[in-house]
Design a protein around this ligand. Structure first.
Ligand code: HEC
Length: 318
């Protein structure tokens, strides 16, 4: 028996194989099986480990028994075989074959006649690994040519479109989980009570000095009416809060001190004022704002529909 890899190495390898197999076959949702069922998994693993150790002992015992039944000469042979170093002969042979180089002592066979001031040349064959790669590339080229130039499977443009579409979906998916990514183009009106409460807190600590707690207005305009100086709707309001009002009016750009998600929250909160009655309302300023995207029958053509027709190549991540 040549295979005398250390017994503990065999046990470790087998153990990890079992662990990997369990990960693969146990359906534990997103979490690794380990975290999903910790006690069960650890118990099972301890059992496996015990079993493996037991098997190692049994094999050892059998070997001992067999050894003792051998005669002296066979014992010596057995020990010698055991001492022999294990080598991965198959891999080693393959490696040498692929290299295809002649051993030094056989170089006389391939040495060429000419002699340049004592420098001589060997006529080596091309190394087989290189030759096989070359053949493989020929096969690849034939298949490729047939698939894309004869049968016109799909074009690069189509492949690009597909990948962009997939990426687009992934971005959408990502944006759903990453609230902090919103900007004036992507922001949606938030309606969750938690978001509105957060918006209220931000409003009360930053904005009431000029807009009043009920949005009635003071230094800043009335936020409870339908009139907007800088445009209504979540996107415009987000934009105003983020970038500030017209120069010199007193409304600063809040993007310095508020995170995008906070701006979205406070903007959504601001929009809840509309239609409420403030205790001391400031006169309306600006125009009554009509949402161009609202599904009103009055808008005849689609041209006012500014609904995101984003060029897939200009998606920015910020
Ligand atoms: C220093 C006073 C001041 C503070 C503080 C202030 N604003 Fe303003 N706000 C103004 C003024 C003045 C305008 C009008 C800007 C203009 O006319 O260009 C305005 C405009 C606005 C508008 C646009 C109104 C419209 O009719 O278009 C919104 C929305 C708004 N503020 C929200 C906020 C929010 C939210 C906060 C707190 C994060 C805030 N403001 C803090 C002074 C203030």
């Amino acid at each position: 028996m040549k295979n005398n890899t250390a017994w503990w190495l065999r046990i470790t390898v087998a153990f990890f194989l079992v662990v990997i197999l369990m990960e693969v076959y146990i359906d534990s949702g997103d979490k690794p099986a380990f975290l999903a069922y910790p006690t069960m998994m650890f118990g099972f693993m301890a059992l496996i480990l015990l079993l493996l150790i037991a098997i190692a002992f049994i094999v050892q015992a059998i070997e001992n028994v067999l050894y003792n039944t051998l005669d002296e000469e066979a014992k010596v042979r057995f020990l010698a075989a055991k001492e022999e170093k294990w080598e991965w002969t198959w891999g080693k042979n393959l490696y040498n074959k692929m290299l295809g180089s002649k051993p030094m002592e056989k170089e006389v066979e391939i040495i060429l006649d000419h002699n340049y001031d004592g420098i001589r040349e060997l006529d080596n064959k091309l190394p087989p690994w290189w030759v096989y790669l070359f053949y493989a590339s020929i096969v690849f080229a034939v298949v490729y040519l047939a698939r894309f130039h004869v049968f016109n499977d799909y074009t690069q443009d189509e492949e690009y479109e597909q990948e962009v579409a997939i990426a687009q979906l992934e971005i959408e998916e990502y944006k759903k989980t990453a609230k902090g990514l919103v900007d004036a183009n992507t922001v949606e009106l938030l309606t969750d009570a938690s978001d509105l409460n957060a918006g209220k807190i931000i409003f009360e600590s930053n904005c009431v000095a000029c807009h009043m707690a009920d949005g009635g207005g003071g230094i800043g305009p009335n936020l409870t009416d339908r009139n907007w100086i800088l445009g209504g709707g979540i996107k415009n309001v987000f934009q105003t809060i983020s970038e500030g009002g017209r120069d010199g009016k007193g409304m600063i750009a809040w993007k310095q001190s508020l995170k995008p998600v906070e701006i979205a929250q406070v903007a959504s909160y601001v929009l809840t004022f509309e239609g409420t009655t403030a205790a001391n309302p400031k006169a309306a300023e600006g125009d009554i704002w009509v949402d161009p995207n609202a599904p009103e029958p009055a808008t005849p053509a689609k041209e006012t529909n500014t609904e995101q027709v984003i060029d897939s190549t200009s998606v920015t991540m910020n």
